[in-house]
Ligand binder design. Structure first.
Ligand code: AP5
Length: 215
């Protein structure tokens, strides 16, 4: 089954597209951001260590995130969407080795191309359902009933601690400095598939579906 990376800056729509792929293709989303947030709320030593780093918009160390992905891959399965991982060249090398070690491969790296100026509005308006993870936006995708998730009916709607302009600026800086070199890395491997992340979510989903072929 297909394994892909969703590559793009904060707010590019990686989480939004990953949810669509899970629903329509039965793929498995592996989001290091979600894993790190889960570790934070469970209060583990690692969770406490990374909380401040994430709130400041900086990258967590490679060994921690590679360890999280290794743990997930060791559980088995296939059809993975790597969402927010890899974010550095050492992480990309580690992912290649992990996949090779299990006789698996990377089929495509979807580069979500966006205008950085649009990201502040996307990020500062975002909220998600704490129960099912559905992603919303104050202006472009509000819930049908205020304060209630359209998908599961939960009233546990949350905003992230790092979804403010100051953290976003740092996250963007980290992306362009440490993650964007992966565009060249995967281009050289012939795996890079750019899509227009500025289009409507359903148009982006259709572009990705075309790249991946029949489900
Ligand atoms: P992470 O959770 O991965 O966050 P991120 O990469 O900053 O990405 P986001 O989740 O903010 O955005 P997204 O692209 O998923 O956009 P979304 O679909 O929600 O990482 C958080 C932190 O964890 C990092 O800063 C770092 O500290 C740490 N971390 C995680 N992984 C790491 C790693 N590998 N190494 C080191 N540290 C790591 O969409 C955003 C908004 O826009 C939503 O409101 C949505 O409704 C809207 N929207 C989506 N698509 C569209 C569209 N096409 N048109 C209009 N609006 C849209």
């Amino acid at each position: 089954m297909t394994n892909i990376i969703l590559l793009g800056p904060p707010g590019a729509g990686k989480g939004t597209q990953a949810r669509i792929l899970v629903e329509r293709r039965g793929m498995v989303q592996l989001s290091t951001g979600d894993m790190l947030r889960a570790a934070q709320s469970s209060g583990t030593e690692m969770g406490l260590k990374v909380a401040a780093v994430m709130a400041a918009g900086q990258l967590v160390t490679d060994d921690i995130v590679i360890g999280l992905i290794e743990e997930q891959l060791a559980k088995g399965g296939s059809g993975f969407i790597f969402d927010g991982f890899p974010r550095t060249l050492p992480q990309a090398d580690a992912l290649g080795a992990l996949l090779e070690g299990r006789g698996d491969r990377l089929d495509a790296v979807i580069e979500m191309k966006v205008d950085p100026d649009a990201l502040v509005a996307r990020i500062t308006g975002r909220f998600t359902c704490g129960n099912c993870g559905e992603v919303y936006h104050d202006q472009t995708k509000p819930t049908a009933r205020p304060g209630v998730c359209d998908v599961c009916g939960s009233t546990d709607l949350r905003r992230r601690a790092d979804d403010n302009e100051e953290s976003l600026r740092k996250r963007l800086f980290e992306y362009y400095q440490k993650t964007s070199p992966l565009i060249g890395y995967y281009y050289a491997k012939g795996a890079l598939r750019p899509v227009d992340g500025m289009a409507e979510p359903e148009v982006v989903a259709a572009e990705i579906a075309k790249i991946l072929g029949p489900a």
